[in-house]
Design a protein around this ligand. Sequence first.
Ligand SMILES: [Zn+2]
Ligand SMILES: [Zn+2]
Length: 134
Amino acid sequence: MKVQGSCHCGQVTYEAEVDPEKVNLCNCADCQMLTGSSFRVSAHAPKATFRLLSGQPKIYVKTADSGAKRRHSFCPDCGTPVSSSADTENPTTYSLRVGCLKQRAQLPPKKRTWCRSALAWAQNVSTLPAIDTQ
Ligand SMILES: [Zn+2]
Ligand SMILES: [Zn+2]
C-alpha cells in the first residue's frame, strides 16, 4: 500500500510502500516512553520505497537493554516520531509510525509484541465513557 506521511507541524513529509499484513503493535517500555503513550503501531517499508519529500528529521540512537541500537528519527521542531531503522547508513527497512500516515485508518495492527510489558489498562479501552470534544 502506498502511504503518505507527515509530522504534526508539516515540515517533514515522506512517502513509502508498506505491507498492510506486517503492521505491528509494540507494547515494549521503550515504545511507551518514546511515544508518551501506551503502545506504538508501526508499518514496515522497504528502504527502496521510502522517499523523504521535505524536511530533515533528527536522529536519536536508542540502545535497548539487549545492547541493540536503533535509529529513531523525529521532526526537530514538533518532535513527531517519523521512523526507526537499524543503526546503519543503509538499513533494509524503515519502521514507519502509523499515526503519522494519511492511510492510518486502513492499517490496523496484525500482531502485538512485547506483551509482557503491556499496560493492563490499555488492553481494553472500549468500556470507558466515550466523549467527543469539539
Ligand atoms: Zn514537525
Ligand atoms: Zn517497542
